[in-house]
Write a protein that binds this ligand. Structure first.
Ligand code: G3P
Ligand code: CA
Length: 248
């Protein structure tokens, strides 16, 4: 499965309706987007905690701003002039782009306080539970989603850091496997670090009944490597190119 990271974000401004619609045009099986709660309780698509990088330098903290303040900003021009006027979409607007048979990976960037409003938005959406996956780095978010929305799949996101002296990677594999179990996560959505993610990790995940997903893979050679490991999905900024490379 090919998942378009922040939409087709190599071409279009990340986390906008333009990027999500382009992902569907480019043949993605799913879209991935980043979501925060606003001050007035709405859920919006944006990667950073503030608007500075994607709103032409205007710096609002999402958690301290209203939906109206955030949607007054232009979040397209930073990427290319032709995207001038793109607005920060709500989760509901993003869900409405998802075609039948396709999926969305909702990455929660804030804390578990978002889960009740998330439930409200999903209750009003036409999407079926099997079209929606929640992903998060924060363990408490994964645990709360599985507790309050058990009908949805939730994957724990993991990235790695290497100790300069010992060369050991953190988190260690045993910690990752134990944490997945403790959270009740349906799978691991891992950084595509080829030094850490190998066939034996995949075997251990499968033995524990966990899915195996990888991000963010933009090089065909890496995509082929993870395909050979039997990955369930590849998240990429370049959905059309990665699919073409895997079909060769
Ligand atoms: O799909 C997971 C990936 O998006 C996590 O990294 O920083 O791009 O949200 P980030
Ligand atoms: Ca993300």
């Amino acid at each position: 499965m090919i998942v378009a990271h922040r939409g087709a974000s190599d071409e279009a401004p990340e986390n906008t309706l333009a990027a999500f619609r382009l992902a569907w045009e480019r043949g993605a099986d799913a879209i991935e987007g980043d979501f925060y709660l606003t001050r007035d309780g709405h859920i919006v698509a944006i990667h950073d905690a503030t608007t500075k990088r994607t709103a032409g330098g205007i710096d609002l903290r999402v958690a301290d701003s209203t939906l109206a303040q955030l949607q007054a900003l232009d979040v397209g021009t930073w990427k290319a002039e032709r995207y001038r006027g793109e607005r920060m979409p709500t989760l509901a607007q993003v869900l409405a782009t998802v075609p039948a048979g396709k999926k969305i990976f909702i990455e929660i960037k804030c804390g578990p306080e978002i889960v009740p409003p998330l439930q409200t938005v999903l209750d009003h959406s036409a999407l079926a539970p099997d079209q929606i996956v929640v992903i998060a780095f924060q363990q408490s978010v994964v645990a709360e989603v599985k507790r309050q929305l058990p009908q949805l799949k939730a994957y724990w996101l993991v990235g790695y850091k290497q100790d300069e002296a010992t060369k050991a990677w953190t988190p260690a594999r045993e910690d990752v496997l134990r944490t997945l179990d403790r959270l009740g996560a349906d799978g691991l959505d891992t950084e595509g670090n080829r030094q850490v993610v190998d066939a034996s990790l995949v075997e251990q995940l499968r033995a524990g009944g966990k899915e195996f997903h990888v991000w963010t893979i933009d090089k065909p050679d890496d995509a082929r490597h993870f395909q050979q490991l039997g990955v369930d999905s590849i998240t990429t900024n370049r959905p059309a190119e990665i699919r073409a490379a895997l079909q060769k």
